[in-house]
Design a protein around this ligand. Sequence first.
Ligand code: B12
Ligand code: SF4
Length: 513
Amino acid sequence: MIAAHEPFFRPIPKRWIPREMTTAPLLDPCEPASAVEQHYALLINPFYPKDANASFGKHVLTPTLALTSFAATTPQHWRVEYWDENLLDGRPPFRPMPQVVGITVHLTFALRAYELADWYRARGAKVIFGGLHVLSCPDECAPHADALALGDGVQLWPRILRDIEANRLQPRYVATYENDYRDDPSPRRSILQRRSFLTTTSLIATRGCHNRCGFCYLATDGLRMPYRMRHPLQVVDEFKADDQPYAVFIDNNLGSRPDYLHSLCAALRPLNKIWSAAVTIDVTDEPSLIRNMALAGCTGVFIGFESLSDNNLADSHKKTPKTSDYARRVRILHDYGIQVNGSFVLGFDHDRKDVFTRTAEWIEENRLECATFHILTPYPATPLFRQMEEQGRILHRDWSLYDTGHAVFQPKHMTPAELEQGYAWIYQRLFSHASIWRRRPEDLLAIPLYMAMSYLYKRSNRFWHLLIKHDLVNPVWKPLVEMTRMRHVHYRRKLASQQSAVKAPSQVVSAGV
Ligand code: B12
Ligand code: SF4
């Protein structure tokens, strides 16, 4: 039993963090303009500072699909280049100057996006913004871009390029997410750097979620995202085409429609590959679905438990089983060899100062292999933001600190500084040698891979920037992934021949933000 006040005994020592992980590359203000190459589009994922409490590995687990999804709709006569500033290769290219620069904007890296946009526009490029922050704060974004894409880029990008060619670019383009998802082309993954990620196969099979939690970006005003699904065979084709052993589903909730997930699993099963996905814990309502997920290659799930307090969950309008049943449900997943990465939000109105130790104890007791923590963050234009604003609890609007690692509102039962201290403490506790060991799998044969993955993911922040800079992420991670896949294929054969669960196989880091 951990004493409830342990996180507050003494200040938590600040973690070392290399400069490249906190500071964006310099954009030289004196750089003269270079010639503009017509029909050349540069797509940028801007730099964001990393949180030293969490694993740096998460940033190179799998790429965002924000840019590759609509890159696929670029007309043939355009050249497209992709630049992710988080891969530590320096600032994005500018010689020749692209005719168009497309930038994805989230609130945490909005300022960097504005800096990039201002720099490129001053040198003759047309800048287009899209992404979540553009949807929630369009008026703030507008002065920095030639055009805003509000909503689905897959529909908007070809229209925008056509209008640029015809010299009739509009300031705003709007598209909903209500079209048939099956009509979307596959994301253009060929523009990604394969060595830079654990896997380049970020897959997405569905959009939306059956829930609408008040703190979730899905509850943003003006964002209508009904649950939409791609055909399972489209997903299978993308998985095969990218030729990686492991895929990460980046869907908000792959389990919103159990019937769909059953058919997706049936389609994935023959591939003999492994994957992980975000689902809600109610996916365990039907143990046969969990069995099918395991038979289809699911090695890990990312589950937003959010809180161990029913009152907090009710306040957020999350439809979820009672928290007293969470442990039983975690066991169902473990019984089928599926590791659990639990996501917990800290700072809800029913959280008191003991929330950190109680949560840590629960995670250790239930042997969650991985856990991700977020300080409750009211995203602009969500019901939670409005509520906090009405109550006068928003502390500031410095979006760069809305990264779920900082307290940006006044919590009910502790100070913002205590909330941040508790957050740092719980990460340090869960990344400690003792905690990693306590949560090891029951199957002895699974322990070596579990330990290797855990140490690489949770205790290698000193080395991540080197692996990233020297394009070693995939080469270093791949053997562990391949060993996991081989063990899993063996496990699946055994599982298929038996009625009930057999011993759990092994580990690969599961999806999660
Ligand atoms: C993959 C992912 C990551 C990856 C990569 C992030 C990156 N930026 O490189 C990793 C794991 C590193 C990560 C980390 C984090 N993430 Co993240 N992540 C995601 C995830 C699961 C998928 C993103 C994605 O590919 N979506 C699918 C694409 C197709 O959708 P889209 O981005 O909206 O893009 C569409 C449109 O917006 C538009 N569009 C987008 N950009 C552009 C640009 C142009 C020019 C045009 C024309 C159109 C356009 O077209 C696209 C197609 O329709 C989302 C949840 C989700 N399912 O979206 C969370 C999400 C984006 N992450 C989130 C958060 C909070 C974080 C973290 C801060 C969490 C943390 N504490 O660590 C960190 C820090 C990263 C950061 N500062 O952004 C939140 C953002 C909330 C918000 N309101 O901003 C989300 C929404 C999760 C959530 N449910 O809350 N993340
Ligand atoms: S269950 Fe998760 S994805 Fe769905 S609305 Fe709630 S927080 Fe968002």
